[in-house]
Design a protein around this ligand. Structure first.
Ligand code: DSN
Length: 435
């Protein structure tokens, strides 16, 4: 990662300057294995740091509540058009500040409080915003859940999904995950949604970049009507999110009827004024830059390499006797039962690998017997290392080092591994630009 200069910050606030420099060094010298993190280009960082952070732009292009929008309108239109092109959407709302905001706004676009959503069980790979009881969403909507038929194959129980859908009549069926490593049969989910008259919504936050690069199926090709995604994971943009939809875009004076065709307009009204205030225009500009990068042919190569690297790492772990949830991976992430296989808890593994210069996260696994704060699993992935230019050989080397650290469980050994990881990282600096 290119070292950026911060002369004004250094002059004005040395405390913050030192901490930011520390984080930059950590990202440069260590290996980022958290599957939801990545490195953005310097162009994306420049857009994030631009004067757009000063601007208020409530509303949408051509229909704002503040003056001075001659540049912001064009910036947002670039982001919208590029997002639509990447994902084959009829509409894109690029204003959501994060994945949770995007999901809440999408739910409210279509549902009334008390309505039912059928989503993936958190313990089987679903996300907090798919109905975890600790979220506000769970207080407003009724969530019912489907899961995997067998955690060792990862196959989703589509028969169970259909049975629950027929019984509960959800208004949204939600596909998507934050801790699931296999492909999803979007066509099956879409058919079930159609059968029960539900909207099919996909939360593709984790795999948006794989879809953009043609390394994963696009739910819109299988009849889905809404897709939410963050923009910073495999998609390699700034932190933030968006909502993509199928339907007709209009700007009615009053809230339109809740019909499938009106989804884009319902979503726009739900994001603003329904849920958010002023959009963060610097973030939207950075999204537009990242979307241009994702439209470049080189992004296809990147997305396929992410998956190839993950498959190699999964194989090393399996050959080393570690049970993987889902029995392998089809995407960018791996969920390993390190407690069951190696007798080391997820928390201990996370700390030990941190000592060895590799950052990942502890993660609950299906039917976990341990508590979420120190569960049985670890989750790791390849988006960031692939951005650095790692290919199968380096992915294999990293997985082998990881296994050695986990099997030896010795701090001195972990520190020795840190040296090797630093060498690997330094030999593969993050490129300044991708196109
Ligand atoms: N926190 C993200 C992840 O790591 O998967 C999801 O919100």
């Amino acid at each position: 990662m290119a070292a950026m200069e911060y002369p004004h910050l250094q002059n004005e606030d040395t405390d913050l300057y030192d901490l930011i420099e520390g984080e930059e060094k950590r990202q440069r010298e260590g290996l980022e294995l958290i599957p939801s993190e990545n490195y953005v280009s310097v162009a994306v960082r420049e857009a994030m740091a631009s004067a757009l952070t000063n601007k208020y732009s409530e509303g949408y292009p051509g229909k704002r509540y503040y003056g001075g929008q001659e540049f912001t309108d064009q910036i947002e239109l670039f982001a919208i058009e590029r997002a639509k092109k990447i994902f084959g959407a009829d509409h894109a709302n690029v204003q959501p500040l994060g994945g949770a905001s995007a999901n809440i706004a999408a739910y409210f676009a279509w549902l009334e409080p008390g309505d039912t959503i059928l989503g993936m069980d958190l313990a089987h790979g679903g996300h907090l915003t798919h109905g975890s009881p600790v979220t506000y969403m769970a207080k407003l909507f009724k969530f019912v859940r489907y899961g995997m038929k067998d955690p060792d194959t990862g196959e989703i129980d589509y028969d169970e999904m259909r049975e629950i859908a027929l019984k509960e009549r959800p208004k949204i069926i939600l596909g998507g995950f934050s801790g699931y490593s296999r492909s999803i049969d979007w066509a099956k989910i879409s058919a079930i949604a159609q059968e029960v008259g539900a909207v099919a919504m996909a939360d593709v936050a984790h795999i948006a970049g794989l879809i953009a690069g043609g390394a994963a199926e696009n739910p819109f090709d299988h009849g889905f009507q809404i897709m939410t995604t963050t923009t910073h994971k495999t998609l390699r943009g700034p932190r933030g999110a968006m909502i993509l939809s199928k339907g007709t875009v209009s700007t009615p004076l009053r809230a339109p009827e809740k019909t499938i065709d009106n989804l884009p307009t319902l979503i726009d009204r739900s994001v603003f004024p329904g849920f958010q205030g002023g959009p963060h225009m610097h973030q939207i500009a950075a999204k537009a830059v990242a979307f241009k990068e994702a439209l470049d042919p080189s992004f296809k190569t990147y997305a396929h390499q992410v998956v190839a690297n993950a498959k190699v790492m999964a194989e090393v772990f399996q050959e080393g006797g570690v049970r993987l949830i889902g029995g392998g991976t089809d995407n960018h992430l791996i969920l390993a039962d390190v407690f069951g296989s190696l007798g080391i808890s997820g928390g201990e593994a996370e700390t030990l690998l941190d000592t060895a210069g590799m950052t990942l996260n502890k993660n609950s696994i299906a039917n976990d017997t341990r508590k979420p704060f120190d569960p049985s699993g670890i989750r790791f992935g390849t988006p960031a290392m692939t951005t650095r230019g790692f290919k199968e050989a380096e992915a294999k080397e990293v997985a082998t080092i990881m296994l050695d650290v986990l099997k030896n469980r010795d701090e001195a050994n972990a520190l020795k591994a840190k040296g090797k990881i630093k060498e690997l990282a330094e030999a593969h600096p993050v490129p300044e630009s991708f196109i």
